[in-house]
Design a protein around this ligand. Structure first.
Ligand SMILES: Nc1nc2c(ncn2[C@@H]2O[C@H](COP(=O)(O)OP(=O)(O)OP(=O)(O)O)[C@@H](O)[C@H]2O)c(=O)[nH]1
Ligand SMILES: [Mg+2]
Length: 234
């Protein structure tokens, strides 16, 4: 039984058309977190029936919540909107397609409990791997876009994987901060706008996608460049 001093955890999961994924994700996060005091909130913009799957999960399980938008907000903006109303001590952000293995979540939380302010699940720290990105060109683009962000933004050098979509942080580091992300890269926004505190990397393997399909696209690449330029100017 968790005591009232145990930190509370909000796991925020962006979803856009991820049919078949919310059920296994909730099951695996719940198994990983065991007795912790947690809630899983889906930041959902789906149009394909995923929303009904999440509603069904929430009906039978008070730890599952749905934040649904009828217009597509984009990954980072959808998560940022949920963050506005989060009161838990710790926030975990992870994709809804199981490429971010839920069994790593407790390690991220342990890093925060040990004193970090931000814990980043990293593909590029020793022990980390990338199986999931389809094709060598995606791997090159992913790696190089991380390097570009680290070249342009000192705050991005605080982690080996500033493009990671899998990370945890203490909610209070956002106090007084207004997040204005575009596209996929919420972590970059958090690193730049809260340019202090201790960042720790946790290695993980970015898995292959099993269900539903990728939403990465050249348009997302352009949004990323726009986001980088905006952060450089801030
Ligand atoms: N709410 C919301 N979520 C989104 C949006 N676009 C993507 N997502 C979710 O964000 C997560 C990451 O998207 P993916 O398509 O898996 O991107 P990726 O992992 O970089 O690419 P793949 O390796 O090809 O899967 C998934 O959970 C998506 O469902 C969006 O516009 N709104
Ligand atoms: Mg994915």
């Amino acid at each position: 039984m968790p005591s009232s001093s145990t930190p509370t955890i909000a796991v925020i999961v962006p979803t856009f058309n991820e049919r078949g994924n919310p059920g296994p994700l909730v099951e695996q996060v719940t198994a990983a977190l065991g007795n912790a005091r947690f809630r899983i909130e889906f930041a959902d913009d789906s149009t394909d029936g995923t929303t009904c799957e999440i509603r069904e999960l929430a009906r039978g399980n008070p730890t599952v919540c749905l934040n649904h938008s009828l217009t597509r907000r984009g990954l980072a903006r959808a998560v940022a909107e949920v963050l506005d109303s989060v009161s838990e001590d710790i926030v975990v952000v992870m994709d809804g397609d199981l490429q971010h293995p839920p069994h790593i979540v407790p390690t991220l939380i342990d890093a925060l409990t040990a004193g970090a302010d931000i814990a980043v699940a990293s593909r590029y720290t020793p022990g980390g791997r990338e199986l999931g990105l389809s094709g060598p060109w995606r791997r090159v683009v992913s790696r190089e876009s991380s390097r570009i962000s680290q070249f342009l933004l000192p705050a991005a050098r605080r982690t080996s994987d500033p493009g990671s979509g899998f990370f945890a942080f203490r909610r209070r580091i956002l106090d007084g901060t207004v997040l204005q992300p575009v596209g996929f890269k919420l972590l970059l926004e958090v690193l730049v706008r809260t340019d202090s505190g201790r960042v720790v990397d946790v290695p993980y393997t970015f898995d292959r996608r099993i269900r539903a399909s990728s939403k990465a696209s050249p348009m997302e690449g352009l949004r990323y460049l726009r986001h980088l330029l905006r952060l450089c100017a801030s």
